[in-house]
Design a protein around this ligand. Structure first.
Ligand SMILES: [Zn+2]
Length: 439
């Protein structure tokens, strides 16, 4: 494999016996007048030869269905790797289209990762483990022999809420205790938690001593636990308080982090199953560009310093901004660069203080709770919910930034943790490549 794709003596269509060297791993553009042979070189010579060589690697049996491809009129091409070609299309500007999706190679890769991938924990880098029910029972029976344990089913992990209905439901099913934020608690009627705090809740399925006489009870409790915990149970040793996770899903053995069993859609940034929740699979997010919103800092807000809302039109929005400014001895006529940062932040990001508004037109002074969301929220709301026209206008105030959550990779965190088994991947890649060409 050289550094170049070398074409010697190309004579397809109107190419005049030309020699070219095209650098590999670079973006190369072929330009020229209409009819000068750009497509003849790219599609009818280089791509055609790549296709032909690829099909030649098939068995004679497979080739009889494909027919033999004609050799393009060229003396020699070296340095050629497998080729793909994408049609020239000018209309498709969908930001969700990539070379991978347009050529459908991405579909095969998703399948490959879902079927042959090995999952690694993004917490610890350890290989994720997965047990069958029988394995879980066997491990518990051996590891905790003659020890007292608590078998629990995790139902809430690191989520906010008061969970009153959940506790009612758990009680209805006949469970009397749950481990709430690490503490075993009786499920008394009316029990609820601080809704603004993050909680961990595990139903206590059984407390028992593990021994041979208990085999049936262990089996029943593990099965019940796996059902309630959607495939996950925890086992805590009574004396040491050591806890271990067991999961029928993919799970990190030390932290209990669990992944869903990967399926092709887990790797699709066009599916909610795989897309990064922050950027919805686009890889970029829109951020307000303050320099565009306030291009001239010497202007006052009255005179249109905040470009998207224009000059003072006596609307509620301006009255609210005026109230914020007046509370600090400023007003709408103050140039933006003379407004202290903390005051201006309120104008941008909103405020819920109670402020006195002097309503001259009504002749009254009233103290109101300022329910003001800020200019940036105003802009975002207009982009999200308005028609395309206002979207076009407000779009000017946004810039695209690489998504901070997925770093532009478009996928949710968990499937990104999957790596490939090297040996399998080579064979499968070959298989996929064949399928790709065949269909
Ligand atoms: Zn993202």
């Amino acid at each position: 494999m050289g550094k170049y794709i070398k074409v010697e003596g190309a004579r397809v269509h109107n190419l005049k016996d030309i020699d070219v060297e095209i650098p590999r791993n670079k973006l190369t553009v072929i330009t020229g007048l209409s009819g000068s042979g750009k497509s003849s070189l790219a599609f009818d010579t280089i791509y055609a030869e790549g296709q032909r060589r690829y099909i030649e690697t098939f068995s004679a049996y497979a080739r009889q269905f494909l027919g033999n491809l004609e050799r393009p009129d060229v003396d020699k091409i070296t340095g050629l790797s497998p080729v793909i070609s994408i049609e020239q299309k000018t209309t498709n500007k969908n930001p969700r289209s990539t070379v991978g999706t347009v050529t459908e190679i991405y579909d095969f890769l998703r399948l490959l990762f879902a079927r042959a991938g090995i999952a690694y924990s993004y917490n610890t880098g350890e290989k994720m483990v997965q047990y069958t029910t029988e394995q879980i029972i066997k491990i518990i029976s051996e590891q905790y022999k003659n020890k007292k344990v608590i078998i629990k089913a995790p139902v809430i992990r690191s989520r906010k809420g008061h969970y009153r209905e959940l506790f009612v439901n758990i009680r209805k099913k006949g469970y009397l205790q749950a481990q709430i934020d690490g503490k075993i608690t009786e499920l008394t009627p009316g029990l609820k938690l601080d809704r603004y705090k993050i909680h961990n809740i595990e139903i206590v399925i059984d407390k028992l001593i593990i021994n041979d006489k208990n085999t049936e009870r262990i089996t029943n409790s593990v099965n019940t636990g796996l059902k309630e915990g959607k495939g996950v149970i925890t086992v805590t040793e009574y004396e040491t308080k050591n806890t271990r996770y067991f999961s029928k899903n993919l799970m990190c053995p030390s932290t209990g982090l669990s992944y869903d069993i990967p399926e092709p859609n887990s790797f699709s940034f066009n599916s909610p199953k795989g897309a990064c929740p922050k950027c919805k699979g686009l890889g970029t997010i829109s951020k307000t560009d303050l320099d565009k919103v306030i291009p001239d800092l010497t202007l006052s807000i009255k005179n249109g310093a905040i470009k998207p809302i224009g000059k003072d039109d006596n609307s509620l929005l301006f009255k609210q901004i005026d109230a914020i400014l007046r509370a600090s001895g400023l007003d709408l006529k103050t140039p933006v660069n003379k407004i202290p940062k903390d005051i201006f932040d309120k104008i941008l990001y909103g405020s819920n203080e109670s402020i006195v508004i002097d309503n001259a037109s009504l002749g009254i002074k009233s103290k109101i709770e300022l329910d003001y969301d800020g200019i940036l929220y105003f802009l975002e709301r207009h982009t999200k919910y308005s028609g395309s026209e206002s979207k076009r206008i407000t779009n000017n105030y946004f810039t695209d930034e690489i998504c901070p959550v997925c770093e532009g990779k478009r996928l949710k965190k968990n499937p990104c943790g999957l790596n490939l088994r090297k040996k399998v991947s080579m064979n499968l890649l070959n298989l996929i490549y064949r399928n790709f060409i065949l269909f």
